[in-house]
Design a protein around this ligand. Structure first.
Ligand code: HEC
Ligand code: HEC
Ligand code: HEC
Ligand code: HEC
Length: 170
């Protein structure tokens, strides 16, 4: 091969590698990165690899408007024994000992005048992942603001109430 051909070839390969990298970076589920949390809690480790049920940590999701984030006690049920000396688990102990709730950054928002309640949805067997995505594959959950078209699109598809001015607005 001539020197020129080699230069062209390496340029092409480098270009291709960069393109693939950019594509993967934006397309892989792991890259859907949200704001940094006080403790880098991974849904992938807990729900994906270790298969802990969503409702073990979010038990009120079917009953309350605020399913909430687990209290530190719940983390320590396991982490008093599992990787107890991990620096992040030590940080959990600090929160526990000082009676401070972990300052998790809230991620899901709906407009204030919209009523959203999980109960009806979970009772009609809609999977968490249908609305929250493949959470069990993510290291860090993304921000999400809910707009009405998303509610309506699914309601329409599933034959649920779309008379939203009555059903969804307070
Ligand atoms: C071991 C406990 C644990 C398990 C199991 C778990 N979560 Fe979480 N979840 C958390 C914690 C802690 C946070 C807050 C930190 C964060 O956002 O990553 C959270 C946050 C969330 C949020 C964002 C809440 C917000 O601020 O709007 C959603 C949605 C969620 N979890 C859904 C799920 C789903 C769906 C599953 C099952 C696939 C699941 N979780 C399993 C502990 C857990
Ligand atoms: C039902 C048991 C259980 C609960 C509850 C639980 N964890 Fe874990 N956690 C695990 C297991 C198992 C691992 C994997 C440990 C290993 O890698 O050997 C883990 C790993 C971790 C790690 C290590 C870093 C990583 O991503 O690998 C952190 C940090 C962590 N958990 C934080 C938390 C926090 C914060 C909570 C509470 C919101 C929590 N865990 C609740 C079982 C649990
Ligand atoms: C029909 C869609 C839908 C389904 C199904 C759904 N969610 Fe949600 N979830 C939402 C919306 C919308 C919000 C934001 C609500 C709000 O801020 O009031 C939310 C918020 C949350 C939050 C944060 C709430 C808080 O207290 O800040 C958690 C945790 C959560 N969901 C977990 C789950 C889990 C676990 C499941 C499955 C058992 C589930 N969700 C199923 C739509 C859904
Ligand atoms: C993935 C599909 C899906 C999404 C997304 C969804 N819903 Fe629903 N929703 C349903 C289904 C199905 C029902 C009917 C449940 C039943 O029959 O009890 C329902 C019922 C409701 C009801 C009760 C309606 C009534 O008849 O009284 C309200 C209120 C509601 N949803 C609000 C919302 C809002 C607000 C959002 C967006 C933030 C939303 N939903 C997103 C599927 C969805």
């Amino acid at each position: 091969m001539s020197k020129n051909a080699i230069v062209i070839l390496t340029t092409l390969i480098t270009g291709l590698a960069i393109a693939v990298f950019i594509l993967l970076f934006y397309k892989l589920p792991y890259s859907a990165i949200g704001p940094e949390q006080p403790i880098p809690f991974s849904h992938n480790v807990h729900s994906g690899v270790k298969q802990i049920q969503c409702q073990y940590c979010h038990p009120y999701v079917a009953y309350s408007n605020h399913p909430g984030i687990p209290a530190v006690e719940k983390c320590l049920h396991c982490h008093n024994y599992i990787i107890a000396n991990h620096p992040w688990i030590k940080k959990e102990h600090e929160y526990f000992n000082t009676n401070t709730s972990t300052p998790w950054v809230k991620l899901n928002y709906v407009a204030e005048h919209v009523l959203f309640n999980h109960q009806r949805h979970i009772n009609s067997k809609i999977a968490c992942t249908e609305c929250h995505g493949q959470v069990q594959n993510l290291q860090r959950l993304p921000h999400k603001t809910w707009y009405m078209n998303e509610c309506i699109t699914c309601h329409f598809k599933k034959g649920a109430n779309v008379d939203c001015w009555l059903a969804c607005h307070s």
